[in-house]
Structures are given as C-alpha cells and as structure tokens.
Design a protein around this ligand. Structure first.
Ligand code: AP5
Length: 208
C-alpha cells in the first residue's frame, strides 16, 4: 500500500469523509490541519487565537504557522499517513517535500454547486471530528454524533458567503497543486460525486 498520501480537492469535496474511512478501514494516521486548527481555536491556544480570524473569513492561515505545526506532527507519526487539507499552497508542498516523500496525491473532483449544498448542510462533531450531512449522510439520531454521542454543530465557516470565499481561495492558492503533483507523476483524480462508499472503493484502489 502507498504510505504517504495527500488528499487534494476543494472545500466540501469529501477529504475528511474519505480520509476518515482510510484511517478507520486501512489504519492510516489522518493529519487534518483543519481539525487541528479548530481544536486550537476551541482551546484558545496561541495558534488558535492567531488562526481564528483567517478561518472565520475563509482565508488561509499563514504558511509559517501551518508549516511549523505540520513539521511537529510529521515527526511524531509512524507508518502510513493521510494529509487532509495540507498542503494548500505551493510553499506548503515544497516544505512537505523536504520532510517526506509523498507517494500519491488523490484529487477529489466535485462541482461548485454540489459543494455549496454539502457545506451549508454539513454538521460536524466537535469531539471526534466526524462529519455528517443533513440529507446525504444524516446521523442516526438527529443532532448527535453516531461515533461518540456528542452534540453536532454547524461550522462558522460553512455559511454561504464564507463558502464562496473559500472556493475562491481554493482556486487561487490550492488548485495549482493539481499540476504540481501531476508533473511529479503522483496524481490520481477521482470524481468525488456519488455514493460515499463507491468513491471510497476508487480511493482504496488508488492507494493499493
Ligand atoms: P478545512 O477544515 O481543511 O476545510 P476545507 O478544505 O475547506 O474542507 P472541508 O473540511 O470543508 O471539506 P472536506 O473536503 O473535508 O469535505 P467533508 O468530507 O467534510 O480548513 C478550514 C480552514 O482552516 C481553512 O479555510 C483555512 O482557514 C484553515 N486551514 C486548514 N488547513 C490549512 C492549510 N494547510 N493552510 C492554511 N490554512 C489552512 O464533506 C463535506 C460534506 O459533504 C459533509 O457533510 C459530508 O457528509 C458530505 N459528503 C462527503 N462526501 C459526500 C458524497 N460523496 N456525497 C454527498 N455528500 C458527501
């Protein structure tokens, strides 16, 4: 199996959903910068206090903060790892290449209209970071996480206006990484629309 995997794709394309399945079913460690930053914001750590205004408006947190955070995490990981939400800029990708050899970048391709519906109706668990969707992937009990029983919440950046900005930021800063990994011969693009399990079957095939 491929060991070091980057998940690329716009906000809402299913990086968290597929990354979580790779972790649960194939044993990868999932490193999600979004989850780490939200935890830092909740705990009001120095990083969280700096990151909050960027996240709430849908802008990227500055590269130096993110690269420092990820270097620490990478040093602690043993075995297969999934990078979810990192890298997001060419500078971050270059920094990652100095730390490890990426084996595969999976690009989840989903159109903007679908992304908007997914994000504005997403519900997230603050404790275990599981994600649900009110229509596509509802929790068994309304408002409650299936996995840990905590109350689900609507992320501050999942409003229509902020999602629009996140999509713009994605196109300007992160989209170029598709070509970056394609040039390295490491890119696989998977259509991210359809049943979650059917998409996972393709993701699983790509990592084996
Ligand atoms: P982050 O948390 O990484 O957000 P994102 O990239 O915008 O991605 P999302 O978490 O919104 O979506 P996803 O692709 O994981 O989709 P999901 O699986 O949840 O980052 C948040 C912020 O932190 C950034 O804006 C930035 O400020 C900062 N940040 C993070 N990393 C950074 C970095 N490296 N550098 C700088 N700043 C950084 O799915 C979405 C919804 O769709 C869910 O409801 C799910 O149930 C549903 N769904 C999933 N798959 C399907 C399907 N196949 N069909 C129908 N519904 C589906």
């Amino acid at each position: 199996m491929k060991s070091k995997i980057v998940l690329l794709g716009p906000p809402g394309s299913g990086k968290g959903t597929q990354g979580e399945k790779l972790s649960a079913e194939l044993g990868y460690t999932r490193l999600s910068t979004g989850d780490m930053l939200r935890e830092a914001v909740r705990k009001s750590t120095p990083l969280g206090l700096k990151a909050k205004e960027y996240m709430d408006s849908g802008r990227l947190v500055p590269n130096d903060l993110i690269i420092g955070l990820m270097k620490e995490k990478i040093a602690q990981v043993d075995g297969g790892v999934i990078f979810d939400g990192f890298p997001r800029t060419v500078e971050q990708a270059d920094a990652l290449a100095k730390e490890i050899d990426v084996d595969l970048a999976i690009n989840l391709d989903v159109d903007d209209e679908e992304l908007m519906v997914r994000l504005t109706e997403r519900r997230t668990c603050p404790e275990c970071n599981c994600v649900f969707h009110l229509v596509y992937n509802p929790p068994k009990k309304a408002g409650i996480c299936d996995k840990c029983g905590c109350e689900l919440y609507h992320r501050d950046d999942d409003t229509e206006a902020t999602v629009r900005n996140r999509l713009k930021v994605y196109r300007e800063n992160t989209f170029p990484l598709i070509e970056y990994y394609e040039k390295l011969g490491k890119l696989v693009t998977i259509m991210g629309k359809g049943e979650i399990d059917e998409i996972f079957a393709q993701v699983e095939k790509a990592v084996r």
